[in-house]
Design a binder for this molecule. Structure first.
Ligand code: FAD
Length: 373
């Protein structure tokens, strides 16, 4: 089985590794591997914290992926000898005022109605868990099974693992889909080269629908949703675990790494393909973070970046065969692509290789967006 994967972010890379392990001859096409949202993401592995009513299938997918993470990382690190910064020290969500606390209470009740344990903490208990929190923090919620990973280390390890298993990396832009006899037969590159394939996977984030030759309506419209993040550094222990805060209704999070990096994010802006970092975006992040953790102003500034989350019309992933035989979609992972990497890689590799597909994949087929004729 010859497979071409367009896009080497976490989803394309994870799938390439898994499909190669399953025996396929895989070619990855990307002019700049791991340069999209996967290079900007904070790497929270928190399926529950962004839960909203009606997103239960996405929650199940997220929990399935979180449960696979330990084994996925262990295999990846053993194969490559590279560390990924994987941590399972939980997620603390805290509320700044009483309205924020009411929201966390609602979230806890919703979680409990789904059978997911959530531990409510008083303000004092929050500060015991995270001593740098501001004295005014009203209360919180602890999700002990959540964690985080460093997405840049993860993509470096996935690139190495894919190479180990013989995946060919072509550093060019895919320009068009080659269609023969009503089926996808390969990909045309921007230098005119054609890579023939039995199956093609589009995993190019919000650019997944950009290729020439795609019949209209085949790939659901995936929009870019901009997110700005700030990377800070500390030489002394500052945060023990990923901490999310609601500050007067506005959400902010901080993800600490063992090497002293702290990722502070993130804005969410519907501005098309705009990756400019703005003063307003950074100000909002720093303002809210300082309310929760006043000591943040002492940390060293390292980097600011903006990335584009791939958002589908219902904000859930789009994974599976499209209406064009031989062409598969693997995009739309929006705010959760890093969390969803292990399960998505397994699902997409199984689909590409005609293997047994995990049941949790059911609700995420591209066919849900097909317009009836
Ligand atoms: P991308 O990583 O965007 O990769 C797409 C790749 O396609 C790129 O490398 C690009 O070069 C390539 N490409 C584009 N066009 C072409 C072409 N024509 N030919 C070949 N290649 C092409 N998720 C979490 O789970 N936890 C988090 O904490 C988290 N935080 C985030 C914070 C921010 C600020 C942002 C922006 C995202 C965050 N996410 C998080 C979401 C996560 O980053 C995405 O869901 C995930 O990275 C999507 O991966 P992808 O492989 O689909 O796309």
């Amino acid at each position: 089985m010859e497979i071409v994967i367009v896009g080497a972010g976490v989803i394309g890379l994870g799938t390439a590794w898994r499909a190669a392990a399953g025996g396929a001859a895989v070619t990855l096409v990307d002019p700049s591997p791991a340069s999209g949202a996967s290079a900007v993401a904070a790497g929270m592995l928190t399926p529950v914290s962004e839960l909203t009513y009606g997103e239960e299938p996405l929650l199940r997918l997220g929990l399935a992926s979180r449960d696979r993470y330990g084994a996925f990382v262990a295999e990846l690190e053993e194969l490559t000898g590279l560390e990924t910064g994987y941590r399972t020290d939980g997620l603390l969500q805290v509320a700044f005022d009483s309205d924020d606390l009411r929201y966390l209470d609602d979230l806890r009740r919703f979680q409990e109605s789904l059978g997911i344990p959530a531990e409510a903490l008083t303000g004092r208990e929050c500060r015991r868990a995270e001593p740098m929190l501001a004295p005014g923090v009203r209360g919180g919620l602890l999700a002990p099974e959540d964690g985080s990973i460093d997405p840049r280390r993860l993509t470096a390890a996935l690139l190495a693992a894919a190479a180990r298993l013989g995946v060919r990396l072509v550093r060019r832009k895919a320009a068009r889909i080659v269609v023969e006899g009503g089926a996808a037969a390969g990909v045309g590159l921007d230098d005119g080269t054609v890579l023939r394939a039995d199956r093609v996977l589009l995993a190019a984030g919000p650019w997944s629908g950009d290729l020439d030759g795609l019949p209209p309506g085949i790939v659901p419209p995936v929009r870019p949703v901009k997110g700005q993040v700030i990377r800070l550094r500390t030489r002394v222990p500052f945060l023990r675990r990923t901490t999310r805060g609601l500050v007067r209704g506005s959400s902010v999070y901080l993800v600490p790494r063992a090497d002293g990096e702290i990722v502070l994010g993130a804005t969410q802006e519907e501005l098309g393909f705009d990756t400019r970092v703005t003063a307003g975006g950074l100000w909002e992040l720093l303002r809210d973070a300082r309310e929760l953790l006043p000591g943040i102003t002492e940390l060293e500034f390292a980097e600011v970046t903006a990335g584009l989350r791939p958002g589908s019309p219902d904000n859930a992933p789009v994974m599976g065969p499209t209406g064009l035989p031989g062409l598969f979609a693997g995009t739309g992972h929006f705010r959760n692509g890093v969390l969803l990497t292990p399960v998505s890689a397994d699902i997409l590799a199984a689909m590409l290789l005609d293997g047994p597909v995990p049941e949790v994949a059911g609700p995420f087929a591209p066919a849900r967006f097909e317009v009836p004729a």
